[in-house]
Design a protein around this ligand. Structure first.
Ligand SMILES: *Cc1c(COP(=O)(O)O)cnc(C)c1O
Length: 225
């Protein structure tokens, strides 16, 4: 298990190799899978070793927390790519568009409208994923599966957003495979190619179902408090 590695740079190496193996098993072609290193709850000092190891794609789930950490890192590592993977309130859209490079959690029309307005004003047009509540769980954010295709269309046509894919967090207490397969099918129907699915415990399964982005936190940084 990656957790046995001594430090996060070693764990990065192990996980990168696992991803490569999983991609080869999946289709032999070695299609690109982006590792989004989820650094939420970990301080800047914990992120630096991964930046020094050459990793550049990171995920955070809270705007305020990301704002406290990442601008300081920018001076030394200007070329990182930061993904917002948590719920976004419309009153934080301004800060989010300024700080992040990809928004993975577009889940309602009001947010799509606010993002459009802010991106037009700042001329900072960020690629977005639509978050799908794939297990239809009350406590989770995301658009309902049966509304996803229509919502993607609306985000593109009505709000002019660049929707590059779908994102989901499957139910914690069930095998994730069928949910990943369902997200892949919805992406096909919606005509988007990006699939952000799979976390520390199930990223290999997600890759077997066609993930293009895996979001890995604890397997890289350690257990969160
Ligand atoms: C925390 C989080 C992750 C990473 O979870 P791990 O199990 O620590 O890998 C991935 N995606 C989202 C949306 C998260 O909030």
């Amino acid at each position: 298990m990656p957790a046995q590695a001594a430090n996060s740079a070693e764990r990065l190496d192990i996980i990168t190799k696992s991803i490569t193996r999983a991609v080869k098993r999946f289709d032999g072609s070695g299609h690109a899978v982006t590792l989004v290193a989820v650094s939420k709850t970990f301080p800047a000092e914990a992120i630096v070793p991964l930046l020094d190891a050459g990793h550049r794609v990171f995920g955070e789930n809270r705007v305020q927390e990301a704002k406290a950490k990442w601008p300081g890192l920018k001076a030394h590592y200007p070329d990182f790519e930061l993904h917002l993977i948590g719920p976004l309130q419309t009153n934080k859209v301004r800060e989010a568009v300024a700080l992040f490079d990809v928004i993975e959690s577009v889940d309602r029309e009001k947010l799509a409208a606010a993002l459009q307005k802010e991106m037009q004003q700042t001329e900072r047009f960020l690629p977005c994923f639509v978050q799908v509540n794939i297990g239809q769980e009350d406590q989770k954010a995301g658009i309902a599966p049966d509304q996803t295709v229509e919502f993607v269309e609306k985000c593109r046509k009505t709000y002019g957003l660049e929707i590059v894919g779908l994102m989901c967090i499957p139910p914690a207490d069930q095998p994730p495979g069928p949910y990943f397969a369902q997200l892949a099918e919805l992406a096909r129907q919606a005509g988007v190619s990006g699939l952000s699915m799979g976390m520390s415990g199930d990223f290999e399964t997600a890759i077997a179902m066609g993930a293009t982005h895996v979001r890995v936190g604890s397997a890289l940084f350690g257990v969160r408090d």
